[in-house]
Design a protein around this ligand. Structure first.
Ligand code: HEC
Length: 113
C-alpha cells in the first residue's frame, strides 16, 4: 500500500478514536452533572403588611410589568381562550395551590412531590 494512503488511513483512524473518546468523556461528564445533588436550604420570609411594605410592593408590581399578565388588580388576565387552549396570567390575589402539583390529600400543594 502506498505510504500516503497508509498515513491517511492512520490519520483517519486516529481522528475517529479521538472523536469517539471525546463523545464518551462528554457523556460521562454530562451524566455526572445531571446526577449531582445540590442542597438548598430555603429560609422562610416574613410576610410584612405595614404601609411602607405594601407601597413598595405596589411600586414593584406596577413598575415591573406584573400587571401586564396578572391584570392591574392581580386577579389574572386571559390572552387566548379558544379550542381548548387557554393562555392566562394566574390570579395571584390569594394562594390557590399549584394545579399541577395538587393531589387528593393536598389540594393546595405548593410543590410537586
Ligand atoms: C409574561 C407574563 C407574566 C408576567 C410579566 C408576570 N407573570 Fe407571574 N405568572 C405568569 C403565568 C403564566 C403564571 C402561571 C404559571 C404556572 O401556572 O405555572 C404566573 C404565576 C405567578 C405566580 C404564582 C401564582 C400561582 O398561584 O401559582 C406569582 C406569585 C406571580 N406569577 C407573580 C408575578 C409577579 C410578582 C410578577 C412581576 C414581577 C409577574 N408574576 C410577572 C405570567 C406572568
Amino acid at each position: 500500500m502506498k505510504t500516503w494512503i497508509r498515513r491517511s488511513l492512520l490519520g483517519l483512524a486516529t481522528l475517529a478514536l479521538l472523536g469517539g473518546g471525546a463523545v464518551l468523556v462528554g457523556e460521562q461528564l454530562a451524566l455526572q452533572r445531571s446526577q449531582r445533588h445540590i442542597d438548598v436550604n430555603p429560609q422562610p420570609v416574613a410576610l410584612r403588611s405595614d404601609a411602607a411594605a405594601v407601597e413598595r410592593g405596589r411600586y414593584l408590581y406596577t413598575s415591573r410589568g406584573c400587571g401586564d399578565c396578572h391584570g392591574a388588580d392581580g386577579a389574572g388576565r386571559s390572552f387566548v381562550k379558544a379550542d381548548g387552549l387557554h393562555l392566562a396570567g394566574a390570579n395571584i390575589t390569594r394562594w390557590t395551590g399549584c394545579a399541577r402539583c395538587a393531589t387528593a390529600s393536598s389540594p393546595t400543594a405548593r410543590r410537586c412531590a
